[in-house]
Design a protein around this ligand. Structure first.
Ligand SMILES: Cc1cc2nc3c(=O)[nH]c(=O)nc-3n(C[C@H](O)[C@H](O)[C@H](O)COP(=O)(O)OP(=O)(O)OC[C@H]3O[C@@H](n4cnc5c(N)ncnc54)[C@H](O)[C@@H]3O)c2cc1C
Length: 485
């Protein structure tokens, strides 16, 4: 048995875990990052979600990663929306089977940093074409650059193909973590970035799953009774241009008609820098079905569904006959799971109040993504937000364990809060805050995340160019305009 001590151990190297490990290591903390797969980037790489959707707030580590990737030929671009199933414009030709999202060489990073303010009616296209731009990237290059950035700090050890299995808790302190390679690691601080908050669950922290009843947080769009509904999951696939057009044959045991819904789902078709498309069907499977089937069976069922989806798409929309399916993501994109019931739970009230109405003094990032539930209907009237809102530091902190923070989609959000907050860049900013907090707390010889004054954390995040206020300051705009340094 091997035992090792670090300032910070981060479990899970998705968006949140990468942000946490990099931020802490850059501040000189000795960090161990543990990842069960052989990819860094989590859902954004291994599950093929190769797009940072538009939104405020991604100005810290995400911008650093963007600048590095921009130097690598065909590693990323900035997109604009071209066609959409809701925009039945004869000038666009046949109605598109979803959203067509194309690389737009006229746009820059700053153009990707806003979503709020869209008119409710999705058939309105001027606002969306003018203001909605995101960042598509090559997942494998993204993953490799993340690893390079961590290595350059000289303070981060990365263990891939290693899974966290259990915890040892003493009072309100996490003492050690056990890993499936037989090793036990100890640290002053821990960050749970496993998405499904496996560390927090094993440490006995309060969690919730599914939709909360309206009475719990008094959220206007919550159902009266709790439900087990989860946001839908998607198996993403890639198609690449071919010189040999045609419809790819479908295996005899896969039906040509949709068997799980009344019609095939629409898809978000995001162009890769090399001209291929990432096909994200919205969704491939209901979140509840994933829970019922189990991950392995759900992945197998989704593979059948996307092969049928591709066959249908090529059959009905001939332009897709110029492409071939070339990749299926090795991981299923799961949008929702258990969430921490932390010191603060971000709810629909925060989303609706926005920065001008919220009264918290411990924001660690801002966001403006819509209430976005992919089939888990919340009954929300207008899902679009009117202004950005802040995410409090306390949403990362469990009440039960002092030296643990949660920085992933399972942080302290209600179902509706999570539906908005879960985007990759926002998760990276959550991680940047948790890693910074761990490094500062270690420097101050604290033993609890909660003992770190939020103002100290905010000062450090501001130095790291993290956006905590709105409107955007002229200094931050100038910094973000300089994307080629
Ligand atoms: C289909 C789909 C489409 C989406 N589209 C977009 C989009 O267009 N734009 C956008 O910004 N966001 C999008 N999102 C949301 C966003 O991608 C995710 O919410 C976000 O990437 C989650 O980041 P995370 O750090 O919370 O978790 P993850 O990225 O899931 O990272 C968790 C990591 O923990 C690891 N892990 C799990 N268990 C263990 C263990 N026991 N030991 C060690 N490691 C472990 C996992 O392998 C993984 O690497 C989408 C999500 C889905 C599912």
């Amino acid at each position: 048995m091997f035992s090792s001590h670090f300032d910070l151990v981060v479990i899970g190297a998705g968006s949140g875990g990468f942000g946490a490990a990099l931020a802490a290591a850059r501040l000189g903390a000795e960090v161990l990052l543990v990842e069960k797969s052989d990819w860094l980037g989590g859902n954004a790489s291994r599950c093929g979600v190769n797009t940072w959707e538009m939104g405020v707030g991604g100005t810290g580590i995400p911008f650093d990663l963007y600048k590095r990737l921009k130097k690598i030929p065909q590693a990323l671009g900035v997109y604009s929306l071209r066609r959409h199933i809701c925009w039945d414009d004869p000038a666009d030709g046949p109605v598109f089977p979803g959203a067509e999202i194309l690389i737009d060489h006229t746009k820059r990073y700053l153009d990707t940093l806003r979503q709020f303010g869209a008119p409710e009616n999705y058939s309105e296209k001027v606002f969306r074409q003018t203001h909605w731009h995101g960042v598509p990237f090559e997942p494998e290059i993204y993953s490799a650059e993340m690893e390079a950035m961590l290595a350059e700090t000289g303070h981060c050890t990365v263990w891939k193909n290693t899974a966290f299995t259990s915890v040892e808790v003493e009072g309100s302190q996490l003492r050690s973590l056990s890993l499936d390679n037989g090793q036990t690691v100890t640290a002053d601080f821990y960050v749970d970035s496993t998405a499904d908050i496996l560390v927090a669950q094993k440490a006995g922290c309060a969690t919730s799953l599914g939709q909360e009843p309206r009475a719990l947080y008094d959220e206007p769009s919550a159902p009266r009774e709790p439900t087990d509904q989860l946001n839908g999951a998607t198996l993403i696939y890639r198609v690449s241009p071919t010189n040999d057009p045609g419809i790819e044959p479908l295996a005899a045991d896969i039906p040509t008609e949709c068997w799980w819904a009344d019609r095939f789902p629409v898809a978000s078709c995001n162009q890769y820098p090399d001209g291929g498309f990432n096909i994200n069907s919205l969704p491939t499977i209901a979140g509840r079905e994933v829970a019922e089937l189990g991950y392995k069976a759900a992945y197998a069922e989704c593979e059948r569904r996307i092969r049928a989806h591709w066959h249908h798409t090529q059959s009905v929309f001939p332009e897709f006959q110029n492409f071939r399916m070339t990749w299926i993501a090795p991981g299923l994109g799961v949008r929702a799971g258990p969430r921490l019931v932390g010191q603060y739970v971000l709810t629909e009230h925060d989303l609706d109040a926005g920065l001008t109405g919220q009264t918290h003094d411990d924001f660690i990032t801002i966001s403006d993504h819509s209430k976005d539930t992919h089939g888990a209907d919340t009954g929300a009237q207008d899902p679009n937000l009117k202004q950005p809102y802040g995410v409090p530091y306390r949403s990362l902190l469990p009440s039960e364990i002092d030296n643990l923070a949660v920085a992933c989609r399972g942080a302290g959000f209600s179902t509706i809060g999570a539906s908005s907050c879960r985007l990759s860049r926002t998760m990276m900013q959550l991680g940047q805050a948790a890693g910074t907090a761990a490094a500062l707390a270690k420097q101050k010889q604290l033993t609890s995340f909660s003992d770190l004054p939020a103002s100290d954390l905010q000062a450090s995040l501001t130095e790291q160019h993290v956006e905590l206020t709105w409107p955007r300051s002229t200094e931050l705009i100038a910094y973000l305009q300089n994307e080629d340094d």
